[in-house]
Design a protein around this ligand. Sequence first.
Ligand SMILES: O=C(CO)COP(=O)(O)O
Length: 214
Amino acid sequence: MFVLVNLKTYPCDSVAVAQAAAEVDETTDARIAVAPQAAHLEAVAETGVETWAQHVDPIEYGSNTGHTLAESVADAGAAGTLINHSEHRLTLDAIDGSVRAAERAGLETVVCANNPAQIGAAAALGPDAVAVEPPELIGSGTPVSQADPDIVSDAVEAAAAVDSDVTVLCGAGISTGDDVVAAGELGSKGVLLASGVAKADDPAAALADLVEPL
Ligand SMILES: O=C(CO)COP(=O)(O)O
């Protein structure tokens, strides 16, 4: 299972969370990665943990003030990037452009979407993976795998119907090892989570709990 921890812009210590993730990664067969905000990518990558960007723009080198260039993200040490997170929605055309920009820079891609229908559309753009995250459950503490299991299994079906090479992650409210196991039982190959780690009093313990049953 892939455990991708999105730190959003939470006021946590990104490097401390990354160090904890790197340590927990040594103890498990699960794959752990941390997605800090762009300004922290390099510091997080230096901890040795697999590092992901939260977003890249559909642009090339040039006059794009304030945008995030995929090549810069890769140079900072990122191995992959989220695209179209629920908190950073893009047009279809921009999602496509961002996937192409990420590919150009050698970044792995996870395109986020709200529901199975959007997952099918996202899969058609050929990312490495898609992540279904019902917006109403994000940050709720109620795991999608429990509150709405069908959305996960339907997303797995929707992606497979379009492109069987695109793997499916799920997210929203995931915070325990049991939630990760439940996600796996629904056909998800990983989880995307944030508050369960970034807002935890002890992020290292939260991460250890997440991978304990894997
Ligand atoms: O948005 C999310 C991950 O990208 C999910 O957030 P929570 O884990 O806080 O529900």
